[in-house]
Design a protein around this ligand. Structure first.
Ligand code: PAF
Length: 278
């Protein structure tokens, strides 16, 4: 496994691989990330992982400075599962002085996370576009846990004719259903217990959907009722939306819907989702 900091060295190393999967990450790796790396390696024969905590996707009031980091542990996990290339650029490499260009993806960035985190998806799309240009992957792998991010990146790749396939992989969960996330490390023990309410709220929507409920309002209400049972939770949004446009639905159509939510447990902001009717 080769660990590379600069774009020039990365490009030279990359040229050895006819097919290469890319797993972009912000590090502090967990089983969710590792499942993407394994799948990329399996499908492409070789895999590059980027580790870069991207400052431009964090607002001033967010957790950029405290975002968990452990490069040594990340590299040892990646060595174990035989990643081929690891790209670990510095902020000055990604954003050299004078960098002044960004990628704006359209209306899918103006809802859900985009409302609560203005500018977030411009930061994500810009860094992912740069990573695609540097790495030139055959396929790039993202977790369904960040459902809106997947929609935004797939749209960017399609709209800008990027020559790669965006692959969305299933959310990996802890035994009690909590979606794996680097931010789970912020949770104190009582908050960690409370955080299971996100999965339970999604399960409530799934249960209603499975017995024929198709009203978006009723499904959103089912999630809110479950979330209300957890006093440590503060709801930011619940959503039943079209899977591609992410617009809120009055009625769920035959091809299903994305049920998603964002909840604060103490100071930690958690998101999760399921696809209804998949
Ligand atoms: O999902 C993440 O970890 C980040 O948003 C990504 C895709 C690596 C871009 O910084």
């Amino acid at each position: 496994m080769q660990v590379i900091e600069t774009i020039e060295t990365f490009r030279t190393a990359r040229s050895r691989y006819p097919r290469l999967g890319l797993v972009p990450t912000m590090g502090f790796l967990h089983e969710g990330h590792l499942s993407l790396v394994r799948r990329a390696k399996e499908e492409c024969g070789a895999v590059a992982v980027s580790i870069f905590v991207n400052p431009t996707q964090f607002a001033a009031n967010e957790d950029f400075s405290t975002y968990p980091r452990d490069m040594e542990r990340d590299l040892s996990l990646l060595r174990e599962i035989q990643a081929d290339l690891v790209f670990t650029p510095t902020p000055a490499t990604v954003y050299p002085p004078g960098h002044d260009t960004g990628v704006e993806v359209g209306t899918v960035t103006n809802v859900l996370e985009g409302v609560v985190r203005p500018g977030h998806f411009r930061g994500v799309a810009t860094v992912v576009c740069k990573l695609f240009n540097i790495v030139q992957p055959t396929k790039a792998y993202f977790g369904q846990k960040d459902a809106q991010q997947c929609v935004v990146i797939a749209k960017m790749a399609r709209d800008l004719d990027m020559p790669l396939e965006v692959v969305v992989c299933p959310t990996v969960r802890e035994a009690d259903g909590l979606a794996m996330s680097s931010r789970n490390s912020y949770l104190k023990p009582d908050e960690r217990r409370a955080a299971t309410v996100l999965r339970r709220a999604l399960a409530a929507a799934e249960a209603r959907f499975s017995v024929g409920e198709r009203s978006g309002e009723t499904l959103r209400q089912a999630m809110l009722e479950t979330l209300a049972t957890e006093p440590m939770g503060s709801v930011e949004y619940v959503s039943i939306a079209d899977r591609r446009s992410l617009t809120e639905l009055g009625q769920v159509p035959a091809d299903g819907a994305l049920a998603s939510l964002a909840v604060r447990i103490g100071k930690t902001r958690l998101i999760d989702n399921v696809i209804l009717g998949s």
